[in-house]
Design a protein. Structure first.
Lengths: 217, 560
């Protein structure tokens, strides 16, 4: 067993629905690495993410454990798991500004209005969105929204990234760009990343281990 | 024809309110020639403000009314924040939906039967826990502080707001927002309050305003549970309005205008509260506060909801028991004998009242459904977009306190000879039935897949045929349910029936409220039962109609 270094591990995870096994995964994702789970819709790949993040619907049951850096997270309540989750849609909160969206994510240990705002400004600068803070999220382009959504996740200081087809709603020319950005940031910060997708190009771009799963039920 | 439906609907919604307010305004300033008021002046207001106890009446109206609305709102918010998406949430939904059709007065009687000194709760606890063998001599019902009344209003308004919330949630991406907030480390209820509430609230704002306007001017619940010396403003106004001394109508009209002012003030106060809450929420968002008393929110939400549901159900049981009760001395938990004697003795006498109640309800529901369908079909044929301003119009009769325009309407009906007639009362019911029917029908109608109609049209069907053969059958379930809801709303109407009917059109609701002061629990129980049974029968009938029409149509029989 290698020494614990913040890797994301799925240990004998099996998810069943009504007694029938749906998906199984036993894998270790090193910091900065990406594991891609590829399968058609209905194959239960999103359920796997929901299980790791703590949102498994009651109709499913799961065995096995998920750990980060040796700590079992499947015992923790969802809000204490510190996972960064990116969905198909950027899901920026429409009722607050771009800056408000990002401030929402900055951890509480960053105290003081000034310090919090500085973090947000730095995050915006990091994705070339300087000065976008006061903007209404609805006025942003698709690529800008995706970048804000990514920074919102990263500002919360996650220990791992879970990506649920985050590129599938983007225009093809944007897709490659956002992909590079997301995987680059994950590597930069040494985050183990789990990507579920049905798009072979996503898997290829991720460059890590690829797990293909079954036929749709 | 269809083109005029929206105008007619708007006329029905606005006309009576506008005419009624004018009819209230004139006598409030002393002008009503029929009663000898020829000069404008402030005399009615002097008379109003010099009435003994008027300050207390005003305080009861605004403090308890606003308190009830805020209580119901906060309970719904706390419960939804802490439990949305859980099994508890679904279960409470199932339990609350049928309770919504229980008329206010029946719910108030249920609560009265529970918490009275000789009520169900103390009977269950006595003598083993309380040591009481006779009812304690305390004023629990009609308490001078109006606590019982406020509780009764909360118990009835919380289910309403909850169902409004349920209708709004699917349009708010609530699940995704909640999960996202959770992955960022936010506790469940806190995440909901900071990310979902700001998006849901605009959609339930008008219903909240309607609850405020209703609660501060409520009459029937206040007569059953509220203080009597003095009573809340609206109750006293109603008494003056029904007084044989016609000169009291001037000060009653002035009071009705004051009631309107109170509603405006209460809603303004609420809006100030909204601003403050938004400011607070923004602070929390910017500070990244991960939990703002999550455990407390969940505890309050769950216990208050549980209390409301069990209270309403136990209240219904108590009403049912009393209607069949023989000898039932305190502190026995159950009657010593049960018999149908109360029913057999009183039902024949109630037959006319039941028939009038059902007739009024059917007429109002039928006209409301027809108008709503005509408006919606017009919208569909012309491909009109839905305007939000129109929606506010729909709420108008619910946002203006009933009492503020029913007085004037009564006087107008008096002038045209429609007072004390069932037609006048049915017309007044329609004003309040129409908004609910429209709201219940419009969402399912607009959710119909427009491609069905397009296919039929492409085949060559005329618009009328597309409506009757395609859209109407597809919407039949919603139409029947909206009709049943309209019927239930009509059955529950107290003030319009009493005022426009001049006390001569009797429904099960006016009878039940009239019996409140008498204290014959068995008779009250029978009328309260009828109040609950009639709406129930309406929904049963609606279900039967759809079930029969779609007996061989699996897809529609099980449709949502």
């Amino acid at each position: 067993m290698p020494e614990e270094n913040g890797a994301l591990c799925f240990e004998n995870v099996v998810i069943t629905r009504g007694g029938k096994p749906l998906i199984a995964l036993d894998a270790r994702i090193e910091p900065g690495d990406v594991l891609t789970v590829m399968g058609p819709s209905g194959s239960g790949k999103s359920t796997l993410l929901n299980f790791a993040a703590g949102f498994l619907p009651p109709a499913f049951s799961a065995k096995g454990r998920v750990t980060i850096g040796g700590e079992e997270i499947t015992r923790l309540p969802a809000h204490e798991r510190h996972l960064g989750l990116l969905f198909q849609d950027p899901l920026l909160f429409p009722h607050i500004s771009v800056e408000g969206n990002l401030l929402f994510a900055v951890p509480q240990h960053v105290r003081g209005r000034k310090a919090r705002r500085e973090r947000v400004a730095a995050a915006l600068a990091e994705v070339e969105l300087d000065g976008f803070g006061p903007r209404d999220p609805a006025t942003l382009s698709g690529g800008q929204k995706a970048r804000v959504a990514l920074m919102r996740v990263l500002l919360a200081e996650p220990r791992a990234l879970l990506l649920d087809e985050p590129f599938s709603r983007l225009d093809p020319d944007l897709r490659a760009q956002v992909r590079r950005l997301v995987f680059g940031k994950a590597r930069e910060r040494g985050l183990p990343t789990l990507l579920v997708t049905h798009d072979a190009a996503d898997a290829e771009s991720a460059g890590g281990v690829l797990v293909k799963i079954g036929d749709p039920a | 024809m269809l083109r005029f439906a929206p105008a007619l609907t708007i006329a029905i919604l606005i006309g009576p309110v506008a005419a009624g307010i004018i009819g209230t305004l004139l006598p409030a300033f002393g002008y009503l020639p029929a009663l000898g008021g020829d000069d404008f002046g402030l005399e009615p207001f002097h008379a109003l403000f010099s009435t003994p106890g008027i300050a207390t009446s005003i305080r009861l109206s605004i403090v308890n009314g606003l308190g009830a609305a805020a209580g119901a709102f906060l309970i719904v918010i706390a419960f939804t924040a802490a439990f949305e998406g859980t099994r508890t949430f679904t279960q409470i939904h199932r339990l609350l939906s049928p309770l919504l059709s229980v008329p206010h007065a029946a719910a108030a009687f249920g609560l009265a039967f529970l918490i009275a000194p000789s009520g169900f709760v103390l009977r269950l606890l006595s003598p083993w826990a309380t040591g009481l063998d006779r009812p304690p001599d305390v004023l629990i019902l009609n308490d001078p502080g109006g606590i019982a009344m406020t509780a009764g209003l909360i118990a009835k308004e919380a289910p309403f707001l909850f169902l409004m919330m349920l209708a709004a949630l699917p349009q708010s991406q609530s699940r995704e927002s909640r999960q996202l907030a959770t992955t960022l480390g936010y506790r469940r209820a806190t995440g909901w309050l900071l990310t979902v509430l700001p998006r849901v609230y605009p959609q339930i704002r008008l219903p909240v305003f309607a609850v405020i306007a209703y609660s501060i001017s409520v009459v029937d619940v206040a007569m059953i549970l509220g203080p009597t010396t003095p009573a809340p403003l609206a109750v006293r106004l109603t008494q003056w309005m029904s007084d044989p001394d016609l000169t009291l109508r001037f000060q009653a009209s002035a009071g009705a205008l004051l009631q309107l002012g109170l509603a405006v003030a209460a809603i303004a106060l609420w809006i100030a509260g909204e601003r403050f809450a938004a400011l607070l929420g923004r602070r929390w968002i910017e500070a990244g506060t991960r939990s703002i008393g999550d455990g407390l929110i969940a505890t309050i939400g769950a216990s208050a909801m549980a209390l409301i549901v069990t209270g309403m159900i136990l209240g219904g049981v108590a009403i049912g028991l009393w209607s069949f009760a023989g000898f039932w001395p305190f502190p026995d938990a159950l009657p010593q004998t049960l018999s149908a004697a109360n029913w057999t003795a009183n039902l024949p006498r109630a037959a006319d009242t039941i028939a009038i109640t059902a007739g009024l309800g059917l007429a109002a529901a039928f006209v409301a459904v027809a108008l709503a369908l005509a408006c919606l079909e017009n919208e569909t044929r012309r491909n009109l977009a839905i305007e939000h301003r129109r929606l506010a119009l729909l709420y108008l009769p619910l946002l203006v306190p009933q009492i503020a325009f029913l007085f004037g309407l009564q006087i107008l009906f008096l002038l045209v000879g429609l007072d004390a007639s069932v037609y006048g009362v049915a017309g007044a019911h329609l004003v309040f039935v129409l908004p609910y029917v429209f709201l219940a029908l419009s969402d399912p109608w607009r959710a119909l897949d427009p491609r069905y109609g397009r296919i039929a049209t492409a085949i060559g069907a005329r618009p009328a045929r597309v409506f009757w053969r395609v859209r109407f059958p597809l919407a039949l379930r919603a139409v029947a349910t909206a009709g049943a809801l309209g019927f239930a709303v009509s059955v529950a109407q107290y003030l319009p029936t009493v005022l426009i009917g001049a006390g001569r059109v009797e429904t099960v609701t006016t009878e039940a409220v009239a019996l409140a002061s008498g204290g014959d629990r068995r008779l009250i129980a029978i009328y309260a039962c009828l109040q609950m049974l009639l709406p129930f029968a309406g929904f049963l009938l609606a279900g039967a109609i759809t079930g029969f029409a779609f007996r061989n149509r699996h897809a529609l029989r099980t449709a949502s």
